[in-house]
Design a protein. Structure first.
Length: 549
């Protein structure tokens, strides 16, 4: 997640080069030294497959849960240290290495080169040993090559509470956004709150030019280093980064005022964090806390991002939203009340809520995230502040989900405004399936449903449930095995329509046949059946057979 709020004005930002020497971030002012470092990583095989093979299944699975002990034991058990083991220990496990092992692992960079880059430091309390200042791990971007991503070490790698300007690395949220993003070829794209640059790396695969912003100069320092470390894989000219990507310091939309984009992606600091009296705003964790009360930062982005989109342009982001308690205990709180109020009538929107948790679980999650539980007194203060903050706004729970926005072309409103709850596991990456649903909605807007010849999608199955001895099923379900993996409840008429979808007859003919067979005297039969058919088409259960007879 990036940071938003008041930008650090100590730097006068004029170009991407201004982030080559940011304090406490890797230096990126010597491309030859960075290329040497990349050559060392490559020579050691510092990539996902080699690391997985080195660790084995059990230790690798533990590492993915931030449990480091199995991997540390494997490295300690090596009779002869390897370059891959040394790098893994330094960059992913927070381990120390001797000067001899460092020199052997990094022949092109050398110990002094690593010092100059700001990657290693000497551990003063254990003479002669070296430790990493950064986390570096492989990541599969949309380019053909695997890349390396540098970020700050996490709380599980270095003792103590995270620094408040912590630069987050490859986390589940950033992976979710990367897998969710629809990737058309575009001219201009914006990564709003780039952090260490993960979304920007993906955008470079399908955008001619990318702008990446953040309020944290340290984050932009990490991003610049990562861009140069991977310039070959990302297809960048290291002597002219600005030809493809530009880094800008600033909050929200300030750095791009007056500009418009075909695509915007953002993993914003959506964590809802209480404001505590007598506490400085500098104490908040800028990678996750937007500095605004409640979910107002997300609301601000949803309201304002459509204004910087070109006609037909879209935006995708992750978000939290507060769900206000219902008026009576018998009522179910409506999660979409807030999000609906944020969207202008001329903006298309698709919100998918993936989960909702109560205030206590939410507080515990984010206090653990920054290792704030190590001081019992401070933990109690912060925990209480979360509960008081939510209670002040009558918050029942906090939702998390995915947001898609589009500034439609004149007169077009294919998707409209859609709000769904999908709490079960979905297929990843999901972006291509979202793109399909949007494209189908755009096509259906043209009103050509009746002439379509439909077939059932390959991943769809039907379930019928009935009591023993019953003449007809009580429940008929249509299940999707791919994409969003939705389940639809059908009545007998819609189930009959689906069973007849072999591409032979068009929709109009099938509806007419069913109306004459089972419609009876119901004047709304045809329109109700068509509504069900449209829903199944939009959700990918039924597909148009393009080469029909």
């Amino acid at each position: 997640m990036p940071a938003f709020g008041h930008a650090d004005r100590l730097l006068s930002v004029t170009s991407t080069d201004d982030f080559a020497q940011v304090p406490d971030a890797p230096r990126s002012d010597d491309i030859h030294l960075i290329d040497g470092f990349a050559a060392d990583l490559r020579a050691a095989g510092y990539g996902h497959e080699a690391i997985t093979a080195f660790l084995g299944f059990s230790a690798h699975e533990a590492l993915m849960r931030d449990a480091l002990i199995p991997a540390l034991r494997l490295i300690a058990a090596q009779q002869v240290p390897t370059a891959l083991g040394t790098m893994l220990g330094l960059f992913m496990l927070g381990a120390e290495a001797s000067g001899e092992d460092v020199a052997a692992a990094f022949p092109a960079t050398g110990t002094q080169g690593l010092l100059r880059l700001g990657i290693l430091e000497q551990a003063k309390e254990s003479g002669g040993m070296w430790r990493s200042l950064v986390d570096i791990r492989p990541h599969a971007s949309d380019s053909d090559a695997e890349i390396w991503v540098a970020s700050d070490l996490g709380a599980h790698q270095r003792p103590g509470v995270l620094r408040h300007d912590h630069v987050l690395g490859i986390g589940q949220a950033s992976l979710t956004l990367a897998q969710t993003t629809i990737r058309p070829t575009v001219d201009t794209a914006l990564d709003l709150g780039t952090g260490c640059g993960i979304q920007a790396f993906h955008l470079l695969s399908h955008a001619r030019r990318v702008i990446a912003t953040d309020i944290s100069a340290r984050a932009l320092g990490f991003t610049r280093f990562n861009l140069l470390l991977n310039h070959e894989g990302l297809g960048l000219d290291p002597q002219d980064l600005g030809d493809r990507i530009e880094l800008r310091l600033g909050s929200l939309l300030e750095p791009v005022e007056g500009e418009h984009f075909d695509l915007v992606v953002s993993n914003p600091p959506f964590v809802i964090t209480p404001r505590i009296a007598d506490r400085e705003s500098a104490e908040r964790f800028t990678y996750r806390d937007g500095g605004m009360p409640g979910d107002s930062l997300v609301a601000t982005l949803v309201r304002t991002i459509p204004g910087i989109l070109n006609p037909g342009g879209s935006a995708q982001m992750l978000a939290n939203w507060e769900i206000t308690a219902a008026a009576t205990p018998e009522q179910e709180p409506a999660w979409d009340v807030g999000p609906r109020s944020w969207i202008e009538s001329d903006t298309e929107a698709w919100f998918i809520q993936r989960e909702a948790v109560g205030p206590t679980q939410y507080a515990e999650t984010w206090l653990r995230d920054a290792s704030q539980g190590r001081d019992a007194g401070e933990f109690a203060v912060q925990y209480g502040a979360y509960l008081d903050d939510f209670a002040s706004r009558n918050v029942d729970s906090i939702g998390f989900g995915m947001v898609w926005l589009r500034r439609p072309l004149v007169g077009a409103r294919g998707m409209g405004q859609l709000f769904e709850t999908i709490g079960h596991p979905i297929e990843q990456p999901i972006g291509a399936y979202l793109a399909r649903d949007i494209a189908v909605a755009d096509e259906l807007e043209a009103g050509r449903i009746d002439e379509m010849h439909l077939v059932v999608a390959e991943d769809v199955t039907e379930e019928r449930h009935q009591r023993p001895g019953a003449e007809h099923p009580g429940v008929i379900l249509l299940r999707q095995g791919a994409g969003l993996r939705r389940t639809e409840i059908m009545d007998t008429a819609l189930a009959g329509f689906v069973s007849a979808c072999d591409g032979d007859l068009d929709v109009s003919s099938l509806v007419g046949a069913l109306e004459s067979l089972v419609g009876g005297e119901d004047p709304e039969f045809s329109s109700r059946l068509r509504e069900g058919v449209v829903r199944l088409i939009k959700r990918g259960f039924l597909l148009e057979m393009r080469n029909n007879r």
